[in-house]
Design a protein around this ligand. Sequence first.
Ligand SMILES: *[C@@H]1O[C@H](CO)[C@@H](O)[C@H](O)[C@H]1NC(C)=O
Ligand SMILES: *[C@@H]1O[C@H](CO)[C@@H](O)[C@H](O)[C@H]1NC(C)=O
Ligand SMILES: *[C@@H]1O[C@H](CO)[C@@H](O)[C@H](O)[C@H]1NC(C)=O
Ligand SMILES: *[C@@H]1O[C@H](CO)[C@@H](O)[C@H](O)[C@H]1NC(C)=O
Ligand SMILES: *[C@@H]1O[C@H](CO)[C@@H](O)[C@H](O)[C@H]1NC(C)=O
Ligand SMILES: CC(=O)N[C@H]1CO[C@H](CO)[C@@H](O)[C@@H]1O
Ligand SMILES: [Cu+2]
Length: 573
Amino acid sequence: MDLRGCSFGFIIKLSWLLPLILLLLVPFAAAETRHYNFEVKLSPFTKLCSSKKILTVNGEFPGPTLEAHRGDKIVVYVINNTKYNITFHWHGVRQVRNPWYDGPEYITQCPIQAGKSFTYQIQLTTEEGTVWWHAHSGWARATAHGLLIVRPHPSSSYPFPKPYAQIPIIIGEWWKEDVMEIPKNAKKSGGEPLLSNAYTINGQPGYLYPCSKQETFEFTMEKGKTYLLRIVSAVMDEDLFFGIAKHKMTLVGKDGIYMKQIKTDYIMITPGQSMDILITANQSPGMYIMATRSYSSAFGAGFDNTTATAILKYSTITSPNPPNPFFPHLPPYDRTEAATDFTKRLRSLRTVDVSLNVDTRLFFTLSVNLMDCSNEDKPCAGPFGKRFAASINNVSFVTPSVSLLEAYHNRVGGVFTTDFPENPPRKFNYTGENLPKKLLPTSFGTKVMVLEYNSSVELILQGTNVLASDNHPVHLHGYSFYVVGWGFGNFDPKNDPKRYNLVDPPEETTVGVPKNGWVAIRFKADNPGMWLMHCHIERHQAWGMNMVFLVKDGLAPHQQILHPPHDLPSCYN
Ligand SMILES: *[C@@H]1O[C@H](CO)[C@@H](O)[C@H](O)[C@H]1NC(C)=O
Ligand SMILES: *[C@@H]1O[C@H](CO)[C@@H](O)[C@H](O)[C@H]1NC(C)=O
Ligand SMILES: *[C@@H]1O[C@H](CO)[C@@H](O)[C@H](O)[C@H]1NC(C)=O
Ligand SMILES: *[C@@H]1O[C@H](CO)[C@@H](O)[C@H](O)[C@H]1NC(C)=O
Ligand SMILES: *[C@@H]1O[C@H](CO)[C@@H](O)[C@H](O)[C@H]1NC(C)=O
Ligand SMILES: CC(=O)N[C@H]1CO[C@H](CO)[C@@H](O)[C@@H]1O
Ligand SMILES: [Cu+2]
């Protein structure tokens, strides 16, 4: 490991002073502190006509909703009463200077092991709207997740008329099998992880599935009132289309950041994204269905093609057997234009100046790869008997067995290297058809990219067609970023920047890189820490589509990583 660029010895000596200095400098002093207990346990659930035990928080699926005001502090005491390792991530929360509580297993902490506990301290800053929390350890995320609702500061208000009420909507995915076994089996076979049997809306698959009668989420609306839907996609493996019969939706926020209003009949939401949407009960009293199903763009990949539903019902309906409900119109499964027709309309509510002097230009390719498997005892279950892998700049991320952040902080060598490439090692027609077979394999490593404090980063995320192109929802921890441009095909460094939106680009924390296309994002590296960036499609992440930014401390004490908590889980058994 090369840490020569990362000298911070004097900071350690000063570290006892930090809490004091902090108290004076934290600009968003907590208005209130909210406490939650998370008991991780196995609990029985019956769905799709059969029962099984799943890993839950407090026995709930989806898990408990956390509520706070802007600037509050949230303290979550976790006790692990299962045999599984677990960690939690607060998705969309910046964790300013506090990577210790960010959660990805072996990146910022080691897991909370069976019978152990850990307390997360989450200081909210500029987040406002809907974000969420989920386990960040293996497949525990499939069942251990929930909303984190951040209302405006009590002295402030929404940038739109106050909704009459909110409707929390969390979309999940359900397997009849034990989900905790899925990654092991996929790893053993080298093939795709098992497809799900259903999508769920607030834990319920809806009336299109067997045994659905009691299994449909229903919400009663008052005629004429406006509601705030707080929608999160907690699904593991698919992007989704979502719509509501006969009701126009008005998007007002995304990823915990307000947006300019967009009126739309449907949305495309990727795993990891959250959206705030207004709807007004302005139709004739009746039953209206909201429905969600896959947007699956990868050629040849199987996907769960079922449809989850929930019901919006007007309070004035009294008949126990109301007339047939209306069904929304959703785009076809593979309609990439429908996906980008929606996402291209996203705009920041605020006018911002992102024409910052970019000093760090990065170009990352996102690829799904195939590895030869001829030295394993039997052919693998991927195409051509090979094993799936995935990579960024042709590096497939290898998860270490101790936490990167701890290794960095304690200056333990041999855990990671700092040579993550700024550009792909080889130029090719990234989105070309029939690419040569020699591009299929990837290299492997635990590499981080070091960013100087306060550097102005422009990062081009370029999708490739190496095995198959797909929409990759890329999530960056510790930051939000501006999406200043996007397009299909290969990024053109001469002409594409001329069309950047530097005035009101959407600010996001999870961006879908369109199938066979690219996005350009900008951010200022002003949050020191070890920050994971990865595709939020679980199988791509598991195959290695991850990398880590090591953002160095600044010179001033308030530009440095906080001290590690005392109860940080041990990296050893
Ligand atoms: C969904 O997939 C199954 C299995 O591949 C197929 O038999 C079925 O026709 C598909 N249904 C729809 C609505 O596309
Ligand atoms: C890249 O591939 C695409 C699709 O096959 C093709 O249309 C384009 O001309 C290629 N570009 C170059 C520079 O070869
Ligand atoms: C990626 O690395 C592998 C292994 O070193 C190599 O075989 C392959 O050609 C590389 N691909 C690209 C696109 O650089
Ligand atoms: C960070 O960059 C901004 C300009 O983008 C500059 O105004 C500020 O002084 C810089 N801060 C530090 C600590 O370098
Ligand atoms: C749980 O975490 C410990 C500590 O990192 C590790 O030694 C152990 O192998 C993990 N168990 C599983 C099942 O991953
Ligand atoms: C399955 C398992 O290992 N459960 C253990 C989890 O931790 C609790 C203590 O909090 C033990 O009592 C359980 O046996
Ligand atoms: Cu992906």
